[in-house]
Write a protein that binds this ligand. Structure first.
Ligand code: ADP
Length: 509
């Protein structure tokens, strides 16, 4: 048990309390108290033990204090199920992550958040159990179907194309209480067999953020298959083992074989990391949450931390899910580094908390609840150690090998006519050091060469008169050579050395 970790978590617990984020603060305090308890068991020296016991008592007092504040604030909540205005200085968490009275089974693993569908309604939390609830039935799960609900990302295990239409319907309706009841009953009766949609209930959350998340981050159908990705055989195998198989064979991946908490893909830009993440989601039919760190930090300024939390809540709700965090380095640079802003530090902390709550981390009993975090970075050396530890599996996505480059050429030119006798093998040889994205650019350029020659010197109206088939001329070997001259490599040799060194030290394959 690292003392530094205890100090760090205590600091976080206090900071969150100061920021008014009491529920998150409580989770930190709980974790710290459990960590100290564990540490105490290993200490023999009486004096030291005594000192730690005192620290524990003091922190337990702080914990109780924060708990009291949180309880008092909850008592102020009105009956309205509306979330607080987004301009509120500190957000009010809808429900505690865990029940403080129940100690977690494993002191190293903090308790996972209560799944949304198992959460008591706001009335229930306020201790109004004796009174008949006025707005909703506390005994029912909170994932109601409501006319006020914002658009939903997906149905069942994966987003479906028809949702957009259905959304329109729902938005337009009045959505009275009776209707909600009927819908709920109806859904209970039908079950999920008829493609009945599970709906994330925004009650208790910031509705705007839920909407933003659904619009920007939940990807309908990534529709990328393993076969669309050239080469990277080893990466595909590792991802299958780390992500896909645990979903297919949950019984096998238990105990010591528990799925990885998170997987990080490391490598130069344009090597297919995003494609791989999309293929994972497509191949195992999980709901895909495509999060770019820059979107998180720029677009939702000040709200990002809340967004991370809702993101994981939604992912758990629509589980099995894959959360893909691209450019993870941009929110997870080393703690305390000068470039680290307060806001991004909070986002990072929230991410760590949430990652500790994903099913993979607890050895999840129920594979349908699995949330897999897949991250990608071009700058692994910038990543915070705490996060690196949670992204247990670290896979290198290299520049394409000769066979991979040849395959990429075939994939990229499958829809364009080629001249007979093009030797793709020799083209692939000349593309050494090119990334997948560079090769795609070469193919795009080469495939347009013939058209460029045909229209050279012509006026727009003359171009418009050219029959299509005259423009769709086959691409030749010369076209490839020309394109290669124009498209430069984006990855330097020095960069490659840096990746290899990092993988030697931190890689896990
Ligand atoms: P990264 O996430 O590693 O920066 P991307 O997955 O976004 O890279 O790849 C960028 C583009 O390059 C893709 O849209 C695709 O056209 C092409 N590409 C890169 N690697 C591959 C590959 N292995 N197979 C097929 N296309 C690839």
């Amino acid at each position: 048990m690292s003392v530094t970790e205890i100090c760090e978590n205590t600091k976080m617990g206090r900071e969150y309390a100061l920021l008014g984020n009491y529920d998150t603060s409580l989770v930190y305090y709980q974790g710290v108290l459990q960590q100290i308890q564990k540490l105490l068991m290993s200490i023999r020296e009486q004096e030291r033990k005594h000192q730690w016991q005192k620290v524990k008592t003091d922190l337990a007092k702080e914990y109780e204090h924060v708990k009291d504040i949180s309880k008092t604030l909850n008592g102020f909540k009105t009956d309205a199920v509306e979330p607080p205005p987004s301009s509120a200085p500190a957000y009010r968490a809808p429900a505690p992550y865990s029940k403080p009275q129940e100690p977690a089974r494993d002191p190293d693993v903090w308790p996972p958040p209560t799944p949304v569908e198992h959460r008591p309604s706001p009335q229930y939390q306020r201790g109004a159990r004796k009174e008949p609830p006025r707005r909703s039935d506390p005994s029912k799960p909170s994932n109601r179907v409501s006319g006020r609900d914002p658009p939903r990302p997906s149905g069942g295990r994966g987003p479906s194309q028809g949702n957009a239409d259905r959304r329109g319907d729902q938005r337009g309706r009045g959505g009275g209480r009776d209707e909600k009841k009927v819908n709920r009953k109806d859904r209970d009766a039908k079950g999920s067999e008829e493609g009945d949609e599970k709906k994330f209930d925004p009650a208790g959350y910031d509705k705007d953020l839920v909407e933003n998340l659904e619009r920007d981050i939940v990807q309908k159908n990534p529709n990328v298959h393993w076969a669309d990705i050239a080469g990277l055989t080893e990466a595909k195998r590792l991802l299958e083992e780390a992500v896909v198989l645990p979903l297919w064979m949950p019984d096998y991946f238990k105990g010591i074989r528990r799925p990885w908490k998170g997987v990080m893909m490391v490598g130069p830009p344009g090597t297919g990391k995003t494609m791989l993440a999309k293929a994972v989601a497509t191949e195992c039919g999980t709901t895909f949450f495509n999060v770019s760190s820059s979107t998180l930090t720029s677009k939702y300024h000040g709200e990002s931390e809340k967004l991370v939390r809702i993101l994981f809540e939604m992912a758990r709700f629509y589980a099995p899910s894959t959360i893909f965090i691209d450019e993870i380095d941009s929110i997870c640079s080393k703690r305390g580094s000068s470039s680290e802003h307060e806001a991004s530090r909070r986002v990072k902390s929230e991410l760590l908390i949430q990652m500790d709550g994903v099913t993979g981390a607890t050895g999840g009993e129920d594979s349908t609840k699995t949330v897999m975090v897949l991250a990608a970075t071009n700058f692994p050396w910038d990543i915070d150690e705490a996060l690196r530890r949670r992204l247990e599996k670290r896979i290198y996505i290299p520049l394409p090998c000769p066979a991979g480059r040849e395959q990429l050429l075939h994939i990229n030119t499958r829809d364009v006519p080629l001249e007979d006798g093009i030797d793709m093998k020799s083209v692939a040889e000349t593309l050494e050091g090119y990334s997948g994205a560079d090769i795609t650019n070469v193919c795009r350029d080469a495939s347009m060469m013939a058209m460029r020659r045909r229209i050279q010197g012509l006026r727009p109206e003359q171009i418009r008169e050219i029959p299509r088939e005259e423009l769709n001329l086959p691409t030749s070997m010369e076209d490839f050579k020309e394109a290669i001259k124009k498209v430069n490599k984006t990855v330097g040799k020095d960069d490659l050395v840096k990746y290899e060194k990092w993988m030697e030290e931190f890689g896990s394959v």
